[in-house]
Write a protein that binds this ligand. Structure first.
Ligand SMILES: Nc1nc2c(ncn2[C@@H]2O[C@H](COP(=O)(O)OP(=O)(O)O)[C@@H](O)[C@H]2O)c(=O)[nH]1
Ligand SMILES: [Mg+2]
Length: 100
């Protein structure tokens, strides 16, 4: 946010976490897929985490986008707490990183 251009700051710790914030329908899900695809071209290894438990089919929307761009999506249909989903996604990303 703000009027000046700013580069993405990556954490020294693995994984770097990017949270998208915005009103419903403002394009967060779409942008997350675009950003993940872009970061992959930059040699990064992104994981999309489906944390919108409120909007119907939001999780499925992200899964479909992830499939289209061949980027993994972490999701848990049985978990309703976005904080728990994000923490689990971080653990998942760490495990995936170790396997690589
Ligand atoms: N024209 C246009 N439509 C967009 C753009 N980004 C998202 N949309 C559309 O806006 C709607 C809401 O986008 P979505 O990513 O689901 O928003 P979210 O609710 O913030 O996750 C969808 O119909 C998208 O296809 C964009 O950059 N341009
Ligand atoms: Mg969304």
């Amino acid at each position: 946010m703000g009027s000046e251009k700013a580069e993405i700051k990556f954490s020294d710790r693995i994984p770097s976490i990017i949270m998208l914030v915005g009103l419903q329908g403002s394009g967060k899900t779409t942008f997350s897929a675009k950003l993940a695809k872009y970061l992959k071209t930059k040699g990064r290894n992104p994981l999309l985490a489906a944390c919108d438990v409120y909007r119907p089919a939001a999780i499925e929307q992200l899964r479909i986008l992830g499939k289209q761009i061949n980027i993994p999506v972490y999701s848990d249909d049985n978990e309703k707490d976005p904080l728990k989903i994000s923490n689990a996604a971080i653990q998942y990303a760490k495990i995936m990183q170790e396997i690589h």
